[in-house]
Ligand binder design. Structure first.
Ligand code: BGC
Length: 478
């Protein structure tokens, strides 16, 4: 938890904190694996079930819709059942869904499995970062939540790798079933842990809160910290705020920031690239499926992981805003370049290859996409999740994080669903330039509306929204 009086001692990295780190990593791997795996599985599914294009789209995108619903429900679940039990529930659901997918006798059972998996991912995508943000000491909070993003990118990378290895056989059942492994590990990792002290205080279980705090901090001297948490919770009119409080004018600013960042993160096109990387590389002249998969694996998958390390290392030192400014600038510029290259390349199109060999434009596109992914990975990728999990007051945090996360899933669905149609409507160049435009919008939005939250305890951030002077000074920090 972000403690009100952290200055008096340095929080050691306790065993409990390491275990929380593991939980957040496993939840992220689940999320990422699921985002990345489907592109490689579609071919085999199509062959085995002879499904229409529409059904293939449903199989691809309904996981995102399931996740959106899961994210919305997760807020209330996390408030009522606690963060820990909610994560357990998500992992169990996820495991069931993965098994259903792997054994599905027909396409509609497969869709059902996808929905259940999506629901589990959605719940975990809210509960796990929330848990980590509440367990982490202020000094480590950004890094902890960035770990989540790191794990998402690792999940995507592993999915690309599994897709590549299994692509020659009809390995789609295994591709989908493998995701049950991190889900089972997640159950094992969460089981022995306590809930967050902050949640215990919120539901009036002070003794449990004290015990949890002792474990996290590896000391018996927790009274001051417990009082700080208690003070914040007491100051809140309602400890289980209803939906109306979430949308109250008082908290409008953090809500707008959270939802806008969540949506903008997707409108800059990241998942169009993650899902359709193979097709983009095909259009850029990478002729063989092997060459496409390898470009996707390394240029998108691996670069994404490596650059996220930068964020994990720097987010608490540099601050959120500078990384966001540099990242969105790099993303925007590289998308302008990709768009320009596509003036000379053929359109992005599923399944067709129109160039005999890789052209100069194709190689420039590859490099620009590497820059785009790298810039996303050290900025908008992790920092959006960090900010979403730290800006809300504790009594609305569960629900507000859920709203922002659901908005993120909805925007991800929109992009995944309409990317290819948009390409035929306004051309590949038009779409990449549209994504670039949203990078600019994000830059301006962060500059005008987002305060710096680096080094501030959750309590300080919370009181800042009602204190114009503190807010103004946080806006100037860059
Ligand atoms: C986004 C995901 C995306 C991933 C890529 C996350 O921050 O929320 O939608 O697939 O980054 O690394």
């Amino acid at each position: 938890m972000a403690l009100a009086a952290p200055a008096r001692r340095r929080q050691p990295m306790t065993r409990t904190l390491l275990a929380v780190g593991l939980v957040i990593m496993l939840a992220g791997v689940l999320f990422g694996y699921d985002q990345g795996v489907i592109s490689g599985a579609l071919d085999g599914i199509k062959k085995d079930f002879h499904v229409s294009t529409f059904l293939l789209e449903v199989i691809t995108s309904w996981v995102t819709l399931g996740a959106m619903v899961g994210a919305l429900v997760a807020g209330s679940l996390a408030d009522h059942l606690g963060r820990r039990v909610t994560i357990l529930l998500a992992s169990v659901l996820f495991t069931i869904g993965a098994v259903v997918e792997a054994l599905a006798p027909g396409s509609w059972i497969l869709v059902l499995g996808r929905l259940v998996v999506g629901f589990g991912v959605g719940v975990a995508s809210v509960a796990a970062p929330l848990y980590a943000a509440e367990m982490a000491p202020t000094r480590l909070r950004g890094r902890f939540v960035s770990l989540y993003q790191l794990a998402i990118t690792m999940g995507i990378f592993v999915a690309y790798l599994v897709d590549y290895v299994l692509s020659h056989s009809s390995g789609w059942r295994l591709m989908l079933g493998v995701s049950a492994v991190p889900a089972v590990l997640l159950v094992l990792a969460v089981w022995p842990l306590t809930d967050s002290p902050r949640w215990y205080v919120q539901v009036g279980r002070r003794a449990d809160a004290e015990q949890a705090l002792r474990k996290v901090m590896a000391t018996d001297d927790v009274v001051e910290d417990l009082d700080a948490i208690q003070g914040t919770v007491d100051n809140e009119a309602l400890s289980h705020a209803g939906w109306r409080t979430v949308f109250a004018p008082q908290w409008r600013r953090p809500l707008v920031i959270g939802v806008a960042l969540a949506v903008l993160q997707q409108l800059t096109g990241i998942n169009a690239i993650i899902y359709y990387a193979n097709q983009i590389f095909a259009a850029a002249g990478f002729t063989s499926p092997d060459a496409q998969s390898l470009a996707t694996l390394w240029a998108v998958g691996a670069v994404n992981v490596v650059a996220t390390f930068v964020a994990v290392a720097w987010v608490d030192r540099f601050g959120r805003k500078p990384l966001l400014f540099i990242g969105t600038t790099g993303m925007g510029l590289s998308l302008v370049v990709v768009g320009a290259m596509f003036l000379r390349l053929s359109a992005v199109d599923p399944g067709t290859t129109t160039h005999a060999s890789t052209t100069g434009e194709g190689l420039v596109t590859l490099v620009a996409l590497v820059v785009f992914i790298a810039c996303f990975a050290f900025s908008l990728g992790p920092i959006v999740w960090t900010i979403i999990n730290e800006i809300f007051p504790s009594h609305v945090r569960g629900k507000a994080v859920a709203v922002a996360t659901a908005a993120n899933w909805f925007a991800a669905w929109l992009v995944a669903q309409f990317f290819l149609s948009l390409v035929s409507l306004i051309s590949s160049t038009g779409v990449f330039w549209l994504f670039a435009f949203f990078c600019l919008v994000t830059f301006v939005f962060v500059r005008r509306f987002v305060p710096e939250t680096k080094g501030k305890s959750l309590e300080t951030i919370q009181s800042m929204w009602g204190d114009p002077e503190a807010l103004a000074s946080a806006m100037d920090e860059e």
